[in-house]
Design a protein. Structure first.
Length: 115
């Protein structure tokens, strides 16, 4: 399942490399909606270098998968990014200005009132 998230890069963390050789790099994207959300995602293994060409503040579209696992009776969910591109889309429809209503014709006739 290909999930996508569009927003602005807020934080880019350094790559973490573990004793097993596994590496990951986390970053946060702030959505651009009525109630913005700060969403932490991660690139793993060789994909960690994909963040090198981006800067904090850039508008991006991130493709990711949801990954869940259990460790010692606790459950974890990670948003594992696998592709990111600079956003070229216009502002989301929720932020678009409302169209200007047509002018209302003035009338001195009180019989036109709806109440």
């Amino acid at each position: 399942m290909d999930l996508q998230l569009q927003g602005r890069i807020k934080v880019m963390m350094d790559t973490q490399t573990f004793d097993s050789g596994f590496s990951k790099r986390e970053f946060v994207v702030t959505t651009q909606e009525q109630y913005p959300q700060d969403v932490k995602l991660e690139f793993i293994k060789e994909k960690t270098t994909l963040l090198d060409t981006y800067q904090v503040g850039e508008e991006v579209n991130v493709h990711f998968n949801v990954r869940g696992n259990e460790y010692q009776g606790r459950y974890f969910v990670n948003l594992q990014a696998w592709k990111m591109e600079k956003s070229t889309a216009a502002a989301p429809a929720g932020n678009a200005p409302l169209p200007t209503p047509p002018p209302i014709a003035a009338s001195n006739d009180d019989d036109d009132l709806p109440f």
